[in-house]
Write a protein that binds this ligand. Structure first.
Ligand SMILES: Nc1ncnc2c1ncn2[C@@H]1O[C@H](COP(=O)(O)OP(=O)(O)OP(=O)(O)O)[C@@H](O)[C@H]1O
Length: 695
């Protein structure tokens, strides 16, 4: 097998394989491990037995380092778990967690090849081990997908993953559950065989107490304490029992009787503390008073700075293995992949089609009492945009009744002498207020829909302007407002609301999809024990995050290409700026989404809560980031919050690039990039810290 730098750091094992001293661990107020002392001798099988909920799994998780202890000391193969440069977590340890911790969409071959890559095995070595394990564990063909295996077969694949790299220490949490008696016997025989070399040690938990007779040492655990530890024969002898099960029952009864003594911290020779049956082992030595002592033991291991640096620095091998794994998972879920590619395009197309355009087919009642042969009323209405405004000629009473009933959005009314009064208004210098009023178009609107009301006002002004031009020719300007809008400096007079929304919407869609998918997939991996398993195999949180980032970047790239193709070529949105800058900013915003997703999934253990967090943040962010309405409308001090959000300055920057053709020399552009990069770094640091300290 290839030389692993970690393997070369294998400690000189003079002491036991695992040593736990006064280990305490709680979940909130629930004290699960209570001053637990346990010793796994080098080159032996240790059976950790105890009733459900007594803390066995918690103990194993503390040993592999996925859970931290609140007090005490744990030494694994000579050093505390996760000690810089130590092979635990890493190749020296094979861990089979209680949950299956398998990638369901992988084949058996994919699963084992992935762990082979993590452990630095060559393909040939992995292949040889796969063939052996399939034969030995009576597994189906290696191209069978894990999802379609039976419960027992899945457990055996999980065991195979733990055995793959021939580790020096095997930590197996209930490996024989759901396995038939013949195979159970075979697994035990294999464990017995591999420890015979003296180089491999095993700690195994099982519900089948009797099978643990094959262990060299058993530890009987109850309520977070070790009741007894010794060879199975010694335990049975002391309890004058013929079976381990009976011996255990007796120990439990005795322990219940001395329970009060235990809680008062009795130091006598009863079962208040762990009984040792192993000759020569000093279980009666004073309990370490506090963490300080444990730390003392830890600091005696000096660490070379190079080793420390290698410990914190992400390993390319692991990142590559995880990235390949992520890509393979994506490939095995084509439906989900298509969804991820198409959803942004569909969302963006819907925005371009449905948001910001003029309302169409708006029905308006017309009461035209203008009977003059000039028929100015009729003529003016002919200039109204027919696609937006549908006119319905009615009597005065019917028109108003229709608006009150919600059938029409307004009434346009012309008085009997509208044409002559309008003519007088335009041609005479002095006219009475009454003539002005009679020569006006009277409009009553249903103002409950601001956009429709605004559109009707605008269409009427435009129709009037066109009408005046048709009647007055070159004199038309005399009757227009004395304000002239010249050629637009940026954009055009036809710029609509869609143009405003589009850049921020692209960023927002990329950000939220990346956030949602990252949070969900990470929380699920964490919940199913996959992250812990990878961590025990030697993968750091940072490596996991980087690999996720790389594989997700591939998805984001396809999403961006499709979105931009639709936005620029199909919906013909204007773009004056550099495509490179546009793509870069959207990619960086996608990374912001991924890194924020990592923070959520690092802090939250449950997919429902993670979804709630992502959904809960969606609307406030959409509104406060100026995506659907200008930031300038947000009142102070809320505006300060808005400006601090990851998408506010980025949206502004993208609008400046696309519509003003600006580049990085403009503050409004580089500020968007700087703020995005700042948020990315912040989120990744926070996620790493949470993953590191939340054990
Ligand atoms: N993440 C957690 N948060 C809160 N309590 C927990 C958590 N994990 C375990 N516990 C509790 O800690 C106690 C010990 O659990 P643990 O899984 O270590 O028991 P166990 O001996 O392995 O049981 P089993 O044999 O059924 O697997 C139980 O009461 C359990 O409910």
């Amino acid at each position: 097998m290839t030389d692993d730098p970690q393997a070369s750091l294998s400690p000189t094992l003079v002491g036991p394989a695992i040593q736990c001293r006064d280990v305490c661990r709680s979940y909130g107020k629930l004290q699960v491990l209570n001053n637990l002392n346990l010793t796994v001798p080098q080159g032996q099988i240790y059976g950790l037995l105890g009733p459900s909920g007594c803390g066995k799994t918690t103990m194993l998780k503390c040993i592999v380092g996925t859970l931290s202890i609140s007090r005490g000391y744990i030494g694994v193969l000579g050093k505390p778990p996760a000690f810089p440069g130590h092979g635990v977590p890493g190749r020296m340890v094979g861990y089979m967690p209680q949950e299956l911790a398998l990638y369901n969409e992988f084949t058996i071959g994919n699963t084992l090849t992935f762990y082979g890559r993590i452990h630095g095995l060559t393909l040939r070595e992995t292949q040889a081990r796969i063939n052996f394990l399939i034969e030995f564990l009576d597994l189906p063909q290696k191209d069978r997908v894990v999802r379609n295996l039976s419960g027992g077969q899945k457990r055996r694949v999980s065991l195979a993953a733990a055995l793959l790299q021939n580790p020096e220490l095997l930590i197996l949490d209930e490996p024989t559950v759901g396995v038939d008696p013949v195979l159970r016997a075979k697994i035990w025989q294999h464990l017995v065989d591999i420890v015979k070399t003296g180089k491999v040690s095993v700690i195994i938990t099982t519900h089948y107490i009797e099978e643990a007779r094959q262990a060299n040492v058993v530890g009987l655990m109850r309520n977070g304490c070790l009741l007894a530890e010794g060879t199975p024969e010694a335990v049975m002898k002391l309890q004058t029992s013929t079976t381990l099960e009976h011996a255990f029952l007796q120990l439990c009864e005795t322990s219940d009787q001395t329970c009060v003594k235990q809680s008062s911290g009795s130091q006598d020779d009863g079962l208040g503390k762990s009984q040792s049956f192993e000759s020569g082992r000093d279980e009666s030595r004073p309990i370490l008073a506090n963490v300080a002592k444990a730390t003392e033991e830890v600091v005696c291991h000096t660490v070379d700075w190079k080793v420390r640096l290698r410990h914190v620095f992400p390993k390319l091998r692991n990142i590559a293995a995880l990235t390949i794994k992520n890509l393979l998972r994506m490939r095995r879920m084509p439906g989900s992949l298509c969804f991820q590619f198409l959803l942004p395009v569909i969302q963006m197309s819907l925005i371009c089609l449905c948001v910001g355009g003029d309302p169409k087919g708006i029905q308006v009642a017309v009461v035209n009492n203008d009977t003059s042969p000039l028929a100015f009323g009729h003529s003016l209405l002919s200039f109204l945009d027919n696609s937006s405004v549908e006119r319905v000629s009615l009597s005065h009473a019917e028109a108003f009744e229709g608006v009150y009933d919600g059938k029409y959005w307004g009434v346009i009314g012309f008085r009997k002498d509208f044409s002559s009064s309008l003519m007088n208004r335009m041609l005479l210098k002095n006219v009475s207020k009454e003539v002005i009023d009679r020569g006006s178009v009277h409009v009553w609107l249903d103002q409950t829909n601001h956009q429709i009301a605004l559109m009707l006002q605008r269409k009427l002004y435009e129709a009037f302007q066109a009408f005046v031009e048709s009647k007055m020719g070159s004199m038309a300007d005399t009757y227009a407002l004395p304000i002239k809008f010249e050629e637009a400096i940026y954009g055009s007079h036809n710029t609509d609301f869609t143009t405003f929304v589009m850049p921020a919407a692209v960023l927002s869609i990329t950000f939220y999809l990346a956030l949602g998918l990252t949070a969900l997939s990470f929380v699920l991996e964490k919940k199913e024990g996959l992250l812990d398993r990878c961590w025990v195999a030697g993968v750091s949180s940072l490596e996991t995050m980087l690999a996720h980032l790389f594989s997700q970047l591939l998805i984001i790239s396809v999403q961006i290409i499709l979105m931009l193709l639709f936005v620029l070529l199909v919906f013909k949105m204007p773009n004056e700026g550099s495509l490179v800058l546009i793509v870069l900013l959207i990619v960086l915003q996608g990374i912001t989404g991924i890194s924020f997703g990592l923070v959520i999934s690092a802090a939250i253990d449950d997919e429902q809560n993670a979804n709630q967090a992502a959904l809960g943040l969606f609307y406030p962010n959409l509104i406060l980031s100026g995506i659907i309405w200008p930031v300038e409308c947000i009142p102070y001090p809320l505006r300060y919050l808005s400006l601090a959000l990851p998408q506010t300055y980025a949206s502004e920057a993208l609008r400046c690039i696309m519509y003003r053709g600006w580049d990085l020399t403009h503050m409004m552009v580089w500020r968007g990039f700087v703020v995005t990069l700042g948020w990315n770094s912040f989120f990744i640091i926070v996620a790493t810290l949470i993953l590191k300290f939340r054990k």
